[in-house]
Design a protein around this ligand. Structure first.
Ligand SMILES: C[S@@+](CC[C@H](N)C(=O)[O-])C[C@H]1O[C@@H](n2cnc3c(N)ncnc32)[C@H](O)[C@@H]1O
Length: 246
């Protein structure tokens, strides 16, 4: 995808969920990059992308230039072919990044929120560039959730399924009873039948993170209120939870 003969390499760097969680290894990798590429999801509204602002702050602190690339639009209206729509979006992202790297060869960093291994497409997009790359792990929201609640994500010798709000009902119907749920803006767990315990957290790593734990049916209202509070205070909200059949 990048013109032949262009000497570039890419570093995909997990940055954790808070600037304080940047590992020494990640910091060193960012400092060694010629520049960092970051998607700008703010559209016409410059400054409307808080995650871009966070990446800018990290780069300014480390002393590495950040090049913001407008994020191609994505079909989010529940397209019939969801996976096809995501694939097209990844292709469009890769093309936008390739055009920058083609013009500016060098060591290029991508800063990934949390850990690149969980619900993030950066590795898939970078793979399309056909350049050498490596990946550095970061502290994922799910590690942070477990640490804040001081729980192990599974019972002794048992599995945990990591899934999305969109898939939760189907996974429970398939018999899963110990799940970490990400990407769930609607607290899909609240529609489940049966007895469940929940360990929930929002904006983990931020100064005002919210935590709620208890029997699901007793704490749904508390979670809804805490979610709204986090959004009001920080201007954004991201939440994750562990759900276990009681
Ligand atoms: C696109 S995924 C990125 C996950 C990320 N790669 C990781 O390892 O945490 C975004 C989802 O991760 C979870 N998440 C990310 N940051 C979070 C935070 N600070 N607090 C709680 N959940 C978070 C939420 O479920 C959110 O919808």
């Amino acid at each position: 995808m990048i013109e032949a003969g262009t000497a570039s390499r890419v570093r995909v760097v997990g940055i954790g969920c808070h600037p304080g969680q940047l590992t020494a290894e990640a910091r060193e990798a960012i400092a060694g990059c010629d520049y960092v590429i970051a998607a700008d999801k703010g559209g016409a509204d410059a400054g409307a992308d808080p995650l871009l602002a966070l990446r800018r702050a990290i780069c300014a602190d480390v002393g590495t230039e950040l090049v913001a690339v407008p994020d191609p639009p994505r079909d989010r209206d529940d397209p019939a072919d969801y996976e096809g729509a995501v694939r097209d979006w990844h292709d469009a992202r890769a093309a936008a990044y390739a055009s920058v790297i083609g013009r500016r060869p060098g060591t290029v960093g991508f800063l990934v929120w949390g850990d690149p291994a969980f619900y993030d497409s950066t590795i898939r997009v970078v793979d399309r560039l056909r350049l050498p790359y490596d990946v550095l792990p970061g502290v994922s929201a799910l590690s942070l959730l477990a640490a804040r609640h001081r729980v192990v994500l599974h019972e002794v010798g048992r599995p945990v399924l990591v899934t999305t709000g969109r898939r939760l009902a189907a996974e429970v119907a398939a018999g899963h009873d110990n799940l970490v749920v990400m990407l769930d803006g609607r607290l899909e767990a609240s529609s489940l039948a049966g007895d469940w315990d929940i360990w929930w957290g929002a904006n983990l790593g931020s100064p005002h993170e919210e935590l709620v734990a208890g029997p699901l049916r007793d704490v749904v209202g508390e979670i809804t209120a805490a979610r709204a509070r986090a959004k009001d205070r920080d201007g954004w909200v991201m939440d994750t939870y562990l759900l276990r059949r009681g």
